[in-house]
Design a protein around this ligand. Structure first.
Ligand SMILES: [Zn+2]
Length: 326
């Protein structure tokens, strides 16, 4: 009964080539005044390389790592129903969300589902929290970079820049995953449960969307998509709660938008538009998703840089260090 142990962890979202390309799109969307070191060849390559990093963590079989990392890659929106939770009720804070689910289980006397290979029980996943938290770590990296660039040593500036590159790369993976609609749904690998429209239940569907289809049709059209990517723009704060942090609601909205495309994606498959023989519509759909991922990523990178406040703690530390030297 292998199928019992298949969880969302079995689908990896875009393959490495697609993650790299989403990062290329995001790099191309950045304005000219964005820190230029990120566009230097070695750094641009490293950002693309890191687009695959959180999936490399998944290659390990250690269960504690899987338990920690795997649910960061998806958010199966429909699973909220079993907790009687709606997305508007979800807190920005990861562990508060866990408490909300635990409280709902007790209140509604919900049975505990069997755990999957990642030792998770009926869990929707943490993708919106993961994106927001990695976004905030990038804000932090820009905050101290800004101070080191004014008051730090060349070594400190080089280290801070390397960290910005690393943070941009790690954030990129999760933003990219969210552009793959199958990372937002319980139908992540073939339709599950009631299936009145007879959508595919193939356990190969997820990997077909991740890259199998593109590989069968000679890839995505990189040149045309890069030429069309729009310029990065600031993500306004739309958070309505006073303890809001980061861009959680914006990220949640982005993810719900992709969840709304789950059924259209299955319909495309049913109508044979995801077949190598008649690929035009399926290709256009998935290329739009790559572009969406690249544009949202560019917006978050740009916003993190623009809005990062100078690290005050570091500022006073470096000011004291300078005084002590005199
Ligand atoms: Zn992933």
């Amino acid at each position: 009964m292998v199928a019992l142990f298949l969880g969302p962890a079995e689908g990896k979202a875009w393959d490495y080539l697609r993650h790299r390309f989403i990062n290329q799109l995001a790099l191309a969307s950045l304005p000219k005044d964005f820190p230029t070191f990120v566009r230097e060849a070695a750094n641009a390559e490293r950002i693309q390389f890191l687009g695959g990093e959180p999936d490399r963590w998944r290659n390990q079989r250690d269960r504690a790592l899987r338990h920690l990392n795997n649910p960061d890659h998806y958010f199966d929106v429909e699973y909220l129903e079993q907790y009687r939770l709606k997305t508007e009720q979800l807190g920005h804070f990861r562990y508060e969300f866990v408490e909300q689910m635990a409280a709902a289980r007790i209140k509604h006397k919900l049975p505990l589902p069997n755990e999957n290979a990642d030792r998770l029980k009926g869990h929707p996943g943490f993708l919106p929290w993961a994106i927001n938290e990695h976004y905030l770590k990038l804000v932090s990296a820009f905050s101290y970079l800004k101070v080191f660039e004014e008051m730090g040593t060349p070594e400190e500036i080089a280290n801070a820049r390397a960290n910005v590159v690393y943070r941009m790369g790690i954030l990129s993976h999760f933003v990219g995953d969210a552009a793959q609609p199958l990372h937002t749904t319980k139908h992540f690998n073939g339709w599950t449960g009631d299936n009145p429209k007879s959508y595919t239940t193939s356990r190969r569907f997820h990997s077909w969307i991740d890259g199998g289809f593109f590989n069968a049709i000679n890839g995505h059209d990189a040149k045309a998509l890069l030429a069309k990517v729009r310029a990065a723009k600031l993500v306004a704060t739309t958070e309505s709660t006073k303890d809001a942090s980061g861009r959680f609601q914006y990220i949640m909205k982005y993810i719900l938008g992709q969840n709304a495309l789950v059924e259209p994606l299955y319909q495309l498959d049913k109508d044979k538009h995801l077949s190598p023989d008649t690929p035009a519509k399926g290709k256009a759909f998935l290329e739009t998703q790559l572009t969406k991922g690249g544009e949202v990523l560019g917006d978050l990178w740009f916003t993190a840089w623009k809005e990062a406040p100078p690290d005050k703690f570091l500022q006073s530390y470096l000011a004291k260090r300078k005084l002590n030297k005199q």
